[in-house]
Design a protein around this ligand. Structure first.
Ligand code: GLU
Length: 297
């Protein structure tokens, strides 16, 4: 599939808690895809939202990955130390970015539409200037009007196939800089993926809905678009993605092989019996490559 010498992948956890079964699946998929393609696997701590970052979480994720035999290439990058890059990209957007004075409540009350991720579609209240008396809270990126050719984003997901999203109707102008002053995930991830030379993004399908925004932003910043692959996410009994917010348990790191086997099973990898972490990875890499071939046929 990809050019075998130039593959750069990454795992980009938010250090809001320890590695749990759900984040291990994303880590494993990105790791195996990098290994199967003889690529590099970078690690980026997405601690741009410092309010959600938990003390010690980054260290515990790194220690767990190490115990699980998942060794990253190069230095770990921390978003909290890269805000200058986000600022510079934001400046390059010029007048495409504009200040917005709307509160979350006002946007919800406008009820124009609900986006796939459950957020209200932004009604465009401040696109032509802040209403008198409203201070700027956040900064948003202007997306093309409905019906404009650039507003429809189409991409081929390596797992899910052809995907598309109408940004104007399904998302609206989206936030680049949040009301609390932090850079938004969408901007930080696009800047970092480009800066780190990421060619292949492999992550959970909970982020599928963000991909069109990221591709649009890459186009505005004249950055390359990586290949995307979104793996299924583990859900709880209520169908919600496992996350620290809904009480996902940390993996039992005393039994690393068990945690790996469960994640591999979830990804549909046929590995058979293995008795050590070091024996697990070559078998899992072959199983991933076979799965990829099945998907392509
Ligand atoms: N930091 C995000 C998360 O942990 C992942 C971002 C990404 O892979 O693009 O959900």
């Amino acid at each position: 599939m990809s050019n075998q010498t130039s593959y750069i992948g990454r795992f980009a956890p938010s250090p809001t808690g320890p590695l749990h079964a759900g984040s291990l699946v994303a880590a494993m998929a990105s790791y195996l895809d990098a290994k199967a393609n003889h690529g590099r696997w970078l690690l980026r701590m997405e601690d741009v939202d410092e309010a959600r970052t938990t003390a010690g979480a980054a260290e515990s994720i790194l220690a767990d990955l190490d115990t699980l035999g998942m060794h990253w290439d190069g230095e770990v990058v921390f978003q909290s130390q890269r805000t200058g890059l986000y600022e510079a990209a934001f400046d390059r957007l010029g007048r495409l970015a504009y200040p917005c004075g709307c509160t979350r409540r006002e946007i919800v009350d406008s009820r124009i539409c609900v986006a796939a991720d459950g957020a209200a579609v932004y009604p465009g209240t401040c696109r032509d200037g802040l209403p008198v008396g409203k201070p700027a809270r956040a900064y948003r990126l202007r997306v093309p009007d409905p019906g404009h050719i650039d507003e429809l984003i189409i991409f081929d997901d390596r797992w899910l196939g052809r995907m598309q999203q109408h940004l104007a109707i399904e998302v609206g102008d989206f936030v680049l800089k949040r009301a609390d002053g932090f850079w938004a995930y969408q901007l930080a991830v696009v800047v970092d993926d480009a800066d780190q030379g990421i060619t292949h993004v492999v992550r959970g399908a909970d982020l599928l809905d963000s991909t069109a925004r990221q591709i649009y932003l890459q186009r505005q910043l004249k950055l390359a678009t990586p290949h995307y692959l979104h793996v299924p996410v583990i859900t709880n009994a209520d169908g919600e993605k496992l996350s620290k917010q809904n009480g996902a348990q940390a993996i039992d790191i005393k039994q690393p092989l068990l945690a790996l086997s469960k994640a591999a099973w979830f990804l549909g990898l046929d590995i058979g019996q293995v008795d050590s972490v070091s024996a697990f990875w070559p078998l899992a890499t072959t199983a991933w490559a076979n799965l990829e071939m099945t998907r392509q046929s």
